[in-house]
Design a protein around this ligand. Sequence first.
Ligand SMILES: Nc1ncnc2c1ncn2[C@@H]1O[C@H](COP(=O)(O)OP(=O)(O)OP(=O)(O)O)[C@@H](O)[C@H]1O
Ligand SMILES: [Mg+2]
Ligand SMILES: [Zn+2]
Length: 272
Amino acid sequence: MEIQKEKTNPFTNIKHIIAVMSGKGGVGKSSVTSLMGVALNNKGYKVGILDADITGPSIPKVFGVNQKRAVGMENEIMPVKTASGIKIMSINLLIDQEDAPVVWRGPLIANMVKQFYTDVLWGDLEYLLIDLPPGTGDVPLTIMQSLEIDGIIVVSTPQDLAKLIVTKSINMAKMMGIPILGIIENMSYFQCPDCGKQHSVFGNSGIETIVKEMDIPLIGKIPIDPELTSLSDEGKIELYEKINYTFGEAFGIQIEKVIEAGKDENLCFQNV
Ligand SMILES: Nc1ncnc2c1ncn2[C@@H]1O[C@H](COP(=O)(O)OP(=O)(O)OP(=O)(O)O)[C@@H](O)[C@H]1O
Ligand SMILES: [Mg+2]
Ligand SMILES: [Zn+2]
């Protein structure tokens, strides 16, 4: 059964939607979504980030944005721009966390995310990145079913790779028929300032073998970097200069491919 895909408003024109998912929370999904947005924006693309993690929103925080959005006459919602011009929408920009219901019901959350897609006046975007809620529950499922997603990026850490939590996410995306652009292993290693070596703090995950078995690309490995943590805490993730190093080495080549694929309307990430 084909589920009806949601349509955007006449003032929105989005070329490509990429969703970022993870098997469990706290692996760096929001960080990767944000850094990807910054990397694409730095390359001159028009980028939006939709924070679909309604119960744990963190996109406005890492960008240091707390201004509330403007609501127009017809109830339309404007995204808020970050310092470098990325458009973001998050529950945090609509209501104060203290006002949020203690318990959100799944269908309510899914509907709100759909509205972030249909009602927000995104304007022209080349890339809309979606920070999905962690896991493979109803909300990510509904979003994958109802939005026209071009591709999925899976974020994992060496530990959850071992526990095969990642397999569940990948199988879900495959079931939905959404192309998996690849896996990013976050907190993969620590670049030691003393001896210069890369220490595998969480042990070697054997990700190379796993991606080969599953036949999906390994986009890259992102090291544990205390500077990333502190810039995120300060709301200054756009100032993370190692983005060119991290995303140059771990991500640069792949993101070029994603961009190339994005340029080709027909290809649409299928063969990235
Ligand atoms: N490579 C890294 N190096 C250092 N700190 C990191 C790295 N990746 C993420 N962090 C930090 O780890 C914490 C969790 O990251 P993040 O919020 O991106 O995870 P998440 O998967 O979105 O979590 P949640 O499930 O809560 O949404 C944050 O404080 C973030 O700054
Ligand atoms: Mg998050
Ligand atoms: Zn060392």
